[in-house]
Ligand binder design. Structure first.
Ligand SMILES: Nc1ncnc2c1ncn2[C@@H]1O[C@H](COP(=O)(O)OP(=O)(O)OP(=O)(O)O)[C@@H](O)[C@H]1O
Ligand SMILES: [Mg+2]
Length: 258
């Protein structure tokens, strides 16, 4: 096993109206390649901030984040953007799809962007073929030419997953990937994330949903900018009892004060 993400003494402080808010306080953890971790915890505990900071979307205040062997704190904005484009995938509610583009164009956009980088051996037709494959796999190929306003929430979320995977990232970050979905759509999205993880992609998600977190390998519980506890579950497979995992997670969350 190889570490893909190492977080050392990570601190993040926001200053609003001259008031200092220590949102992340000395966070430490390591994720191995192929792991699937969920972050849970009360509203305002710092879950989204943790996701943004370790994925280089936001600057850290102190400490270090080592992603795929690279220290992120030392990178320029441009270098960081390259790593995000080539090695990371994002399913964040804040990063909206572009309104004047079709579902298909939204998906291929960062694929084409990545071609401009030095050393890329992919062509535009490779990107198109990969987009087709992803859309077929996620069951939205018939919606390719639709505007983003002409699809359901679950379909749009699946399109977001396609877009996040277009450059074959090493690691996927998702903030409440099922938050806006009904339970059927949430189940479908989770089945896809589990499959993507089974293919070797490391995944880190923030979720409030026990059913979602119960499908990950590991759960971190955050309180006031600290990881207060960690629950190890085994790799999820449908053969094993889902209910038993949910029961274990629920009991643990109660102990954590959820
Ligand atoms: N850009 C920002 N500027 C200033 N303060 C921020 C910023 N983003 C978050 N915060 C503050 O950091 C704290 C943690 O916010 P964060 O969004 O990480 O919480 P969360 O655990 O994701 O909550 P939720 O479950 O509600 O999404 C909050 O007190 C919030 O007000
Ligand atoms: Mg949040």
């Amino acid at each position: 096993m190889r570490a893909v993400l190492t977080v050392e003494n990570l601190c993040k402080t926001y200053i609003v109206n001259k008031q200092q808010n220590n949102v992340l306080r000395n966070i430490n953890f390591t994720l191995q390649e192929g792991e699937f971790v969920s972050i849970m915890g009360p509203s305002g505990s710092g879950k989204s901030t943790l996701l943004y900071t370790v994925s280089g979307m936001d600057r850290l205040t102190a400490g270090e984040v080592i992603f795929d062997g690279i220290s992120l704190s030392k990178l320029s904005e441009k270098q960081m953007a390259e790593i995000r484009l080539h090695k990371m995938g994002f399913i964040f509610q804040q990063i909206n799809m572009l309104k004047n583009l079709s579902i298909y164009d939204n998906i291929i956009l960062s694929g084409y962007q990545a071609l401009k980088s030095n050393g890329s051996k992919r062509s535009r037709s490779d990107v198109n073929a990969d987009a087709d494959k992803l859309m077929k796999r996620l069951g939205i190929i018939k919606l390719a030419s639709h505007d983003i306003t002409e699809v359901s929430g679950g379909q749009l979320q699946r399109a977001c997953i396609c877009r996040s995977l277009i450059n074959k990232p090493k690691m996927l970050f998702a903030d409440e990937p099922t938050g806006a979905l009904n339970s059927k759509a949430a189940k479908e999205v989770m089945a896809e994330l589990c499959q993507i993880n089974g293919d070797g992609t490391t995944i880190m998600i923030v979720t409030h949903d026990v059913k979602v977190a119960a499908q990950s390998d590991k759960v971190f519980y955050m309180v006031d900018g600290n990881i207060q506890g960690e629950l190890k579950l085994d790799k999820f497979s449908y053969e094993k009892s889902v209910r038993e995992r949910e029961r274990r997670l629920n009991n643990w969350l109660m102990e954590m004060g959820w």
